[in-house]
Design a protein around this ligand. Structure first.
Ligand code: HEC
Length: 138
């Protein structure tokens, strides 16, 4: 190979390897911060059905599922969150549903979800009073 060909070869290898991280969506692949934020927010939204909007569970202001309703995750301690999720993931922490959710998460996602939920404001909610609905008949 000529010297100029070698230089071109090196230049092309370098630029293509730099460009590759933007293709694909495996965990190891670089994604921009905004994309990563959206990914984590989408994951966190999937927890809302049970743990409430932005981690504020309805009718349960505690961190534990042992109380009525599902645990509140808003404002949770980062280490506590990680320990629980990792426990659910490896089966050392017994659960009815959480092992399914935790198994689908990478370590990186767990770490970022921990930060996400720890930063949410814990809003203390009062249980709704039972309502007596009056039907009016003509
Ligand atoms: C289908 C309902 C459901 C969904 C969705 C769900 N969870 Fe849970 N979560 C539970 C239940 C029920 C428990 C109690 C453990 C068990 O029995 O699985 C729990 C427990 C937890 C706990 C421990 C609370 C405690 O008692 O100490 C954490 C932390 C947690 N979930 C985080 C998450 C995260 C993060 C997501 C979203 C990726 C999520 N959960 C999605 C139902 C759910």
């Amino acid at each position: 190979m000529k010297k100029s060909q070698v230089i071109w070869f090196l230049l092309i290898s370098l630029t293509t390897s730099l460009a590759f991280p933007f293709i694909g969506n495996a965990n190891e692949v670089f994604v921009s911060e905004a994309q990563q934020n959206n990914h984590i927010r989408a994951l966190a939204a999937s927890c809302a059905a049970c743990h409430g909007t932005l981690g504020n569970a309805v009718d349960n202001n505690s961190r534990s599922n042992a109380d009525e309703g599902n645990a509140t995750l808003a404002g949770i301690d980062v280490e506590e969150f990680k320990t629980k999720l990792l426990g659910f993931r490896d089966g050392s922490l017994k659960s009815t549903v959480m092992h399914h959710h935790a198994k689908g998460l990478s370590l990186d996602e767990i770490n970022q979800l921990a930060v996400h939920f720890s930063q949410q404001k814990h809003i203390v909610t009062a249980p709704l009073k039972p309502q007596t609905l009056k039907a009016e008949y003509d």
